[in-house]
Design a protein around this ligand. Structure first.
Ligand code: FPP
Length: 250
């Protein structure tokens, strides 16, 4: 596979450009477990431990927002048992790691539709957001029950309603206006990821942040999410540091 992580041996520069917002599609939990003759959920559990390690490392190296695709609007189609396990993960995660998040000054946020989550999951998530709301370090942003097309549909509907009500004129709608109407607006100045990573060798976007990634750099790695380490993150950043971001200019 012509993947960027095989291109050359780059080393990460601590004092180089660190992407302020990194978004990760955490893929390969199921295959990781299958390789070990274990049930798929075992991979998700290990994936949850990886989340903690990577969040802490990202914060240490100066990332300001880490967005993790934890559950998509399409993931409801998975077998009931797997969905229910995935829904129990935020409960476990915040139960076990809340102390570490607070100690590391990490603030939790979410994008997606919380209302459709099971009550326990929703409570755990909302509590984590509340308990960490005064933290000033990195934002750990979980995309939970998130789908980008639906986000754009809802945003369009809201904007259309405002125009119909005469609150906004069609001429006022520009890129900033649209960005402000999306879930990611809550992330503040770093609403758009500068670097997007997908693990497990799949090379697609899967309905993730379609508007927000217009100028993002992409990094694909064969590593399954449970095997993703601080060094994998650093390799992705090293690759990013080696690129020439021109935003359409010269
Ligand atoms: C994709 O791998 C992964 C997911 C759908 C779930 C990701 C969730 C976690 C890593 C844990 C999240 C933790 C918290 C705290 C919410 P896959 O199952 O599609 O893997 P496969 O492609 O190998 O089958």
């Amino acid at each position: 596979m012509a993947l960027l992580d095989k291109k050359k041996d780059l080393s990460f520069k601590k004092d180089g450009q660190i992407p302020k917002h990194i978004a990760i599609i955490m893929d390969g939990n199921g295959r990781w477990a299958k390789k070990r003759f274990m049930p798929r959920v075992y991979g998700h559990k290990e994936g949850m431990n990886t989340v903690k390690k990577i969040a802490i490392h990202a914060q240490e190296i100066g990332v300001k927002v880490l967005t993790l695709y934890a559950f998509s609007t399409e993931n409801w189609k998975r077998p009931k048992d797997e969905v229910s396990y995935l829904m129990s993960l935020p409960v476990d995660f915040f139960d076990v790691f809340m102390g570490d998040l607070i100690k590391n000054n990490i603030r939790v946020m979410t994008i997606g539709w919380n209302e459709q989550l099971p009550e326990k999951t929703k409570d755990a998530v909302l509590q984590a957001v509340e308990k960490t709301k005064n933290n000033t370090g990195m934002i750990l942003n979980f995309a939970l029950n998130y789908g980008s097309r639906q986000e754009i549909v809802e945003m369009t509907r809201q904007v259309a309603q405002k125009v119909a009500a005469g609150e906004v004129s069609a001429d006022e709608i520009d890129e900033t206006f649209i960005s402000q109407a999306l879930f990611t607006n809550k992330l503040g100045p770093y609403h758009d990821p500068e670097l997007i990573i997908r693990t497990s060798g799949e090379i697609r976007i899967s309905n993730f942040l379609l508007w927000q990634i217009a100028y993002s750099e992409f990094y694909f790695t064969d590593v399954y999410w449970p095997d993703f380490t601080n060094a994998t993150l650093e390799s992705a950043i090293a690759d990013y540091q080696d690129r020439n971001r021109r935003f359409g200019g010269l």
